[in-house]
Ligand binder design. Structure first.
Ligand code: NAD
Length: 277
């Protein structure tokens, strides 16, 4: 199963499994079990953040799994507090310690916090982690196009990834075009709309699910994969983890893709990055 996940080349020279597993809002008390289940199901790409307060438990699951380090892809993110205070190096080291790793596959600035005007300075430190090979790829999260423009203009390394809210009713079309033109991979957070909309009851998604004898969640994940997004759905339930991973035996037709594309409403479920400071 694991081998069926496509690997996307990043501008860092490394590659990322296109389907991963996110652990936002997974209680620390549940995290080791949840991540062990995800690894057993076949996920090899885990997305956490210092702000999720569960890096140590992700690390415990990695250690317990016995899976060779080079088969795993581990992402974590700098918190807004550490970004604000400028304690970037200490925060990075603490994340590595908690995860029990000596390098990260991807380190992200969690939010740009534009009013603080620190993301360029923070990125300079990220460039150092990349230069030292302690982060094999560096990227950003929740960056709007103007912040990417500022960063690219002012620094040396183009982010490998921008992880943003993205699902069929908030498709980030402008950002997608910008990212494609600059070699930045787009990673979708809240890929299932965080369960906050009745995405699964929308007719193009229901129709495709019925046509392929798949669930609506599998259709949405398939839509992400065929759109070219990196996708990191989250679930505490092993059954749903397996369902979300079982998406490589069918393909949405061009018409089905177009019908789901037609759901775009430019409507977020999460915070606007311009206002998170
Ligand atoms: P998501 O869209 O993955 O939704 C998760 C919810 O969907 C689950 O709680 C569950 O209720 C439901 N679900 C999952 N599988 C299902 C299935 N097969 N059938 C029915 N319901 C199902 O939302 P998310 O967790 O917010 O996003 C995924 C990951 O993205 C996070 O875990 C985290 O790693 C990352 N993330 C990053 C940011 C950021 O600012 N960078 C913000 C939010 C999330």
């Amino acid at each position: 199963m694991t081998n069926s996940v496509p690997q996307l080349a990043l501008n860092s020279g490394t590659s990322i499994p296109q389907l991963g597993f996110g652990v936002f809002k997974v209680d620390p008390a549940d995290t080791q079990r949840v991540v062990e289940d995800a690894l057993e199901v076949g996920y090899r790409h885990i997305d956490t953040a210092t702000g999720y307060n569960n890096e140590a438990e992700v690390g415990a699951a990695i250690a317990a799994s016995g899976i060779p380090r080079e088969e795993l892809f581990i992402t974590t993110k700098l918190t807004n507090a550490d970004h604000k205070s400028g304690e970037v190096s200490a925060a990075f080291d603490l994340s590595l310690t908690k995860l029990g790793l000596d390098y990260l596959d991807l380190y992200l600035i969690h939010w740009p916090m534009p009013a603080n005007e620190k993301y360029v300075q923070t990125w300079r430190q990220f460039e150092r982690f990349y230069g030292e090979h302690s982060a094999r790829a560096i990227g950003v999260s929740n960056f709007l196009v103007p912040y990417l423009e500022t960063l690219i203009e002012a620094t040396d390394i183009v982010p490998a990834v921008n992880q943003v809210e993205l699902h069929p009713i908030f498709q980030q079309l402008e950002l997608h075009d910008y990212a494609a033109a600059h070699g930045i991979a787009v990673e979708a957070w809240g890929p299932l709309g965080q369960g906050k909309y009745d995405l699964f009851g929308m007719s193009p998604i229901e129709a495709a699910a019925a046509a392929h004898a798949k669930s609506p969640a599998q259709v949405v994940i398939r839509w992400h994969l065929q759109t070219g997004n990196i996708v990191i759905p989250k679930s505490n339930s092993r059954e749903r983890m397996a369902e979300n991973f079982d998406v490589f035996d069918f393909e949405l037709s061009a018409d089905e893709m177009a019908a789901i594309d037609g759901l775009e409403e430019n409507r977020r479920v999460g915070g606007n990055p311009a206002e998170v400071n």
